[in-house]
Structures are given as C-alpha cells and as structure tokens.
Design a protein around this ligand. Structure first.
Ligand SMILES: *Cc1c(COP(=O)(O)O)cnc(C)c1O
Length: 328
C-alpha cells in the first residue's frame, strides 16, 4: 500500500524499476520487463523470437502448447513442434532431429523453448548440464533459446543451481510471481537490452503496459526478498504427500518422481474417476486437488499449504478411498 509509484510506461515507477532490476540480476540478464502474467511472458518472447511460419520446438507437455489458448499461432503465427520428452525434459539429440533442414517447403525452426520446472511433466527440474546440451544444439542451428520459468525458482531451490546459471544459457527467461512466490499478480521477463526493448513494443501492442503498477510490483519485491528459500518447505510437503499417498490402497504414485511442488497420482484403483475423486475431496473435505486428466490427479503445494494440511489431506484421502472401496 505504501509503494512508491509512477508511470511504468515511461519507466517512472520506482517500484517496478526495482523489481525489474532485481529479476535481471537474479537471472544474470541485462534487463527485464514486468508483465501482468506468465502467459504474456511466453507470448511476447515468442513474438520477439519468431516470424510467421516459424516453428518452436518444445516438449509435448509444455504450457504454451496446451494452456495458452493457441497463443503462439494466434499472436505470432508460429507453429509448435512437440518433442516426446521424459517428464517434460528432452535431449540435444531430439533437438538435432527436430530442427528442419533449410528447405523452402518447410516451416523454419526458430526457437527451442525449455520449461523449467516442467509443470506438465510433474515439476521436473532441468539439470543445468541438460540445458547446456540442448541450448548448444539449438545454437548449432542458429536457433534462439527461451526458458519458461513459471517455476524456475523451484528448480533453483531444488537443484542448488543459481537462476543466473540457467540465464546464461538462454536468450530469454521469466519467473512467475503469482505461483509459489505468493504474489497476487505478475511475472517478469528477462533478456538482453535489445530483447527487452523489442519485448516492450509487444507489451504495448498486447495491452500489457500499465501505469502505477508499483502498487502490485511491490508484492514481487517482497516475494523475492522473503519467499524464495521457503520454496524448500513446499518441496518437503510435496514429498510428504507423495510418500503418504504411496501407502494408501488404490492410489498409484511413484514418490521418487516428485522433485519439487507438483504431485501427480492415479486413482483408478479406488473405483472413482479423477473428476469424481476431485469433486468429493472438495465437497466432503474442502480440499482442492484437480483432475489433470482421466488418469491423473494433480496436487500442488505452495505457501498457503502447511505440513498439517498435508496430514489432514492424507487422512481425507484414506477415508475417501476406504468409502469408495466399500461401495465397489
Ligand atoms: C502458470 C504457467 C504459465 C502461465 O503463467 P500465468 O501467470 O498463469 O499466465 C506458463 N508456463 C508454465 C509452465 C506455467 O506453469
């Protein structure tokens, strides 16, 4: 409420400027730009890196492919070429295989997009060595490299790899402030000075340029100062949930696959569909775990979920599965 504010479009909002400087430094980039959402970070980055008819190489579980309303096609005229990764992580060999040869009949490969952590893959951390190899493969073909870092700081805390080490390997990357970091709104996209100058064009064009945005950016400054290290608690809670779920009859899960704050699990052994499981957990126990697909439930831990909440959740799921098996 007490944030210093100004016109962010004129670079006159001191709080937005501070937040951008903090993210540029954190990610080892020259500059950064505050945006309303993570989706806008991806879509603006694609718009800068790609021309119409260009192709983006990304994992088959990636966010822009499934959850951005066709943004790459609608806003950049770009095609997406999904790669069959393992839990959202692919290889340099796959990049070499998927880059198009120079052929006027084919789309032109322009960008490799890496999602770290890979959300649809279950919160998988990209090891820095793998990013080095994949970015190297992209560069060998003159492709740009983008990192969707909605949960980059989860990867940083889980792996001990600094955000700037990832930043050094890619042309553009961003962090979401409104997920594990706990802010009400916002994300920050970072890159070279030239990249960010171009990103500003599309921030205006897409309607993401604001005025006294310091009032919301202040939460981002707070989160970067206070909420990064504590992401480890979310990871511990996710592990606790996964290990507890593995003890419950009818639940399918491999707790070793849980690296950060996302827990995917199956419920087919309970006789309930994922949508029924999700609906009953909410109506009977007040617990929200989404049905990600007919096969998988998707639970997330974050700063509003305590260790005690995890224990309550496990008891609720035990009760629900026991009731379901009695009826079956
Ligand atoms: C949430 C998310 C986004 C989009 O971020 P919003 O702030 O919801 O627009 C993009 N990529 C990944 C991997 C995400 O998890």
């Amino acid at each position: 409420m007490e944030a210093d504010v100004g016109n962010e479009q004129a670079f006159e909002d001191p709080t937005v400027n501070l937040l951008n400087d903090m993210v540029a430094e954190l990610t080892g980039k020259e500059a950064a730009v505050y945006l309303p959402s993570g989706t806008m970070c991806n879509e603006i980055a694609f718009r800068v890196h790609c021309r119409q008819g260009d192709e983006i190489i990304l994992d088959k579980t990636s966010h822009p492919l499934h959850w951005e309303a066709g943004g790459p096609a609608a806003l950049s005229g770009a095609m997406c070429r999904p790669v069959e990764g393992i839990r959202g992580v692919f290889t340099a060999a796959q990049v070499h295989e998927f880059v198009r040869p120079k052929n006027k009949l084919m789309p032109r490969s322009a960008l490799v997009s890496i999602e770290n952590t890979a959300g649809g893959g279950g919160g998988t951390v990209w090891p820095i060595e793998r990013v080095t190899e994949v970015a190297g493969a992209a560069r060998a073909h003159n492709l740009a490299v983008h990192m969707d870092g909605a949960r980059l700081l989860n990867a940083v805390v889980a792996s001990g790899t600094p955000a700037s080490a990832y930043g050094n390997l890619v042309d553009s990357l961003w962090i979401d402030l409104s997920k594990g970091l706990g802010c009400p709104v916002g994300a920050v996209l970072a890159g070279s000075k030239e990249f960010i100058a171009e990103a500003w064009r599309f921030k205006h064009q897409f309607g993401g340029a604001m005025r006294q945005a310091g009032i919301i950016a202040a939460a981002g400054v707070y989160a970067l100062r206070h909420n990064i290290e504590r992401l480890a608690e979310d990871h511990d809670n996710a592990k606790l949930l996964a290990e507890g779920l593995a003890q419950i009859k009818g639940i399918e899960i491999d707790p070793r696959a849980v690296e950060t704050n996302i827990v995917f699990f199956g419920v087919s052994g309970t006789g309930l569909s994922t949508t029924d499981f999700s609906a009953r957990l909410l109506s009977e126990h007040g617990i929200r775990i989404g049905a990600a697909s007919p096969r998988a439930m998707r639970a997330l831990t974050h700063l509003d979920v305590s260790r005690a909440n995890i224990e309550t959740t496990l008891r609720a799921i035990e009760k629900l599965t026991a009731q379901a098996s009695q009826l079956a």
